[in-house]
Design a protein around this ligand. Structure first.
Ligand code: PLP
Length: 359
């Protein structure tokens, strides 16, 4: 008889690293703490969005609208795309999982830049496919020539993160279009635009424009960052109907809650106000980057709501120094730390410590 502790799992799980969430700050002396470790939006919900979510909570004994019609119609109108080109998920990370599950498995390859979003290696590995990581350039950008060279006849998916998490640079129009021209049409290219609303680079290109005449391109967007709904878990894909149908087949039934759907619809209605907050964060980002550079830090260009501090071996010590002052950031030991642009006081405290570090 088999002993009962010998439950077996797929061997790919043996090498899967657990996703590391950004740490909360810790402090015991009563002074304020700031969480700059998860790229969250520091603003509290708009009253109208909170009211819409609260109203929806009254239906919690019912399953949500699985078709999410109100939200899909609002997105359809917002982006000028048919409802058949939209799929929702519990965060765009969930949509990515569904997409990879649909597109690849054992023996297949997924190409992406590295360092990039931490969820990528985990999501790829769970499908059984192999990650092909292409190092970023010295200025922390995607190296499309090298990514092109990494394509093989086993490549099924390419992930493009723009702006790149955790380094910040955005992919430019010309380099993306030239790359898409050489990617075989049976390879799916995922444009992860989680920070789209924070981009202020005129030389970039909107994924919604890119996907229209390219059936192998799919765009991922989220309500977590610019719209401040990280806790409700809601994101979406924009792609051609066969891609969308594949995502929907892999999605968990009733994943996106009624509360999240209602908050997302209300957020699209309140977009003007929400985007003003994004603009204020962009102004803060410029201030933070300028001050860091003025005090000698070599931080790469950033078009997201975070800044990359290339600290190398000093990364852990730097993060601990911030943590001791009540500021949590996201360290990548040996490489650098990612610091979210937060409320003004948080950014001030971070700048004080970071600028002193360079003296
Ligand atoms: C935050 C983030 C996402 C989206 O996360 P969800 O909360 O799951 O929508 C996707 N991609 C990148 C690169 C991110 O940083």
């Amino acid at each position: 008889m088999t002993p009962d502790h010998e439950v077996r799992f797929r061997s790919v799980l043996d090498d899967v690293a657990a996703y590391k969430p950004g740490k909360p700050p810790e402090r015991t002396d009563g002074r304020p703490t700031y969480k700059l470790s998860s790229n969250e939006n520091p603003y509290p919900p708009l009253p109208g969005v909170l009211a819409a979510a609260t109203d929806a909570a009254a239906n919690m004994n019912r399953y949500p609208d699985m078709g999410a019609l109100d939200l899909l119609e609002a997105l359809s109108e917002r982006f000028g795309v048919p409802v058949s080109d939209l799929a929702l998920g519990t965060g765009s990370v969930a949509v990515l999982y569904h997409l990879l599950q649909a597109a690849c498995g054992e023996g297949d390859e997924v190409v992406y830049a590295w360092r990039s979003f931490e969820a990528y290696p985990i999501a790829v590995q769970l499908t059984g496919a192999t990650s092909v990581r292409v190092p970023l350039t010295d200025d922390a950008r995607h190296d499309f020539k090298a990514m092109e060279a990494a394509l093989t006849d086993r490549t099924r998916v390419v992930l493009v993160c723009t702006p790149n998490n955790p380094t910040g640079p955005v992919v430019r129009r010309d380099e993306l279009l030239a790359f898409l021209d050489v990617v075989p049409r049976n390879v799916l290219v995922v444009l992860d635009e989680a920070y789209r609303e924070f981009i202020r680079e005129p030389e970039t290109i909107d994924g919604v424009e890119v996907y229209r005449d390219r059936p192998n391109v799919v765009v991922l967007r989220t309500f977590s960052k610019a719209y401040g709904l990280a806790g409700f878990r809601i994101g979406y894909a924009i792609g051609h109907p066969p891609v969308i149908a594949a995502i929907r087949k892999c999605a968990l039934p009733f994943g996106v809650s009624e509360v999240a759907q209602a908050a997302a619809v209300a957020s699209l209605r309140a977009e003007k106000e929400l985007l003003e907050r994004v603009e204020a964060l962009v102004v803060e980002r410029t201030r933070v980057v300028d001050e860091l550079r003025a005090s000698g830090w070599k931080v790469p260009e950033t078009h997201a709501n975070f800044v990359w501090m290339p600290l190398g071996e000093e990364t852990v010590a730097f993060s601990e120094a911030l943590q001791a002052e009540g500021v949590s950031v996201r360290p990548f030991p040996g490489e650098g730390a990612r610091v979210t642009i937060g409320e003004r006081e948080a950014n001030d405290l971070f700048l004080t410590i970071a600028c002193a570090w360079r003296q």
